[in-house]
Design a protein around this ligand. Structure first.
Ligand SMILES: [Zn+2]
Length: 296
């Protein structure tokens, strides 16, 4: 089980969340059978969605982070509900690239390509709130920091990392988001920058400490920090046969009639968990009746 620690420094000018998501990313990688680079890209997006999702207030709130790039990986999307369940997918899980020559790291940036990052927050209003920025590097963390600055005017430091083992298992995954509230002073910023300059990525901290509170201490060295919440995070899809039926019914009687004439069956696979749902002619007739009654 993964978890997120949400904390604040005693001046209440610096908010920080630290996530350990090794198990979450492992589950995602095993469901989607991702390449190494795709594991890293999807894992970063899942981790970021889980952190931002943990800031939601109401039970039914949900958050979706999508990265729409033109690279070989295609679209990457993750959704996190307020109950700590996160799920996601990458359009081309098999896409892979050689490790980057400059730093020996998995080349997430090339896998993602150029495009945009979109955050959608559904907090039960008529329309969900959506914000978007162009991708800066495609490494996800920098792109998210840019989003917070441009969209929310909040200076932020974001770290996201996934360490993939030679056997494709996930050795470590996690992330952090540090945000400066209005009134944070220069000495606090300097101290934070000094702390961040000393670390060599979030995954090396997870490998070394295996503990969110210890990582929090390293990132916030020199600050008095209070942990506000520890929240469990797990990879879980909430799809069901009933939900798929509702979705098919909602497309309308005309479309269902077409399926009945052409295929006499429907097969639906969930993007998030690869669960397969098969509907035969009889199932479709029932859905058609339901769709007709809703449309009449
Ligand atoms: Zn599913």
């Amino acid at each position: 089980m993964g978890y997120i620690l949400r904390a604040i420094d005693e001046s209440e000018k610096i908010k920080i969340s630290v996530a350990i998501t090794t198990d979450v990313v492992e589950e995602a990688a095993s469901i989607h059978k991702t390449s190494k680079t795709a594991s890293a890209a999807l894992g970063r997006v899942l981790t970021a969605a889980a952190i931002i999702g943990s800031w939601q207030k109401n039970e039914k709130d949900s958050l979706t982070l999508s990265i729409n790039g033109n690279g070989p990986g295609g679209k990457i999307l993750a959704t996190c509900k307020n109950d700590g369940h996160v799920k996601g997918f990458i359009s081309n899980p098999c896409a892979d690239l050689p490790v980057r020559e400059s730093d020996g790291k998995l080349d997430v940036s090339e896998l993602v390509g150029a495009g945009d990052l979109t955050l959608t927050m559904d907090i039960g209003l008529k329309k969900p709130y959506t914000g978007s920025v162009n991708l800066v590097t495609g490494e996800i963390a920098e792109d998210l920091a840019t989003y917070f600055l441009k969209s929310d005017q909040i200076p932020s430091a974001v770290g996201l990392g996934v360490l993939v083992d030679t056997d494709y298992s996930i050795k470590a995954a996690g992330g952090f988001i540090i945000q400066l509230m209005p009134g944070a002073d220069n000495s606090q910023v300097d101290k934070l920058e000094e702390n961040l300059s000393k670390i060599n990525g979030i995954t090396s901290l997870i490998e070394k400490y295996h503990d969110g509170e210890e990582i929090l201490k390293v990132l916030m060295n020199g600050f008095n920090v209070k942990v506000l919440e520890k929240r469990d995070i797990s990879y879980k899809c909430d799809c069901s046969r009933e939900k798929v039926i509702d979705a098919i019914v909602s497309v309308g009687p005309k479309e269902i009639e077409e399926i009945l004439v052409e295929d006499k069956k429907a097969d639906v696979t969930c993007h998030f968990c690869n669960s397969h749902y098969h509907f035969d002619e009889e199932d479709l007739e029932k859905m058609l009746d339901k769709a007709k009654s809703l449309n009449s």
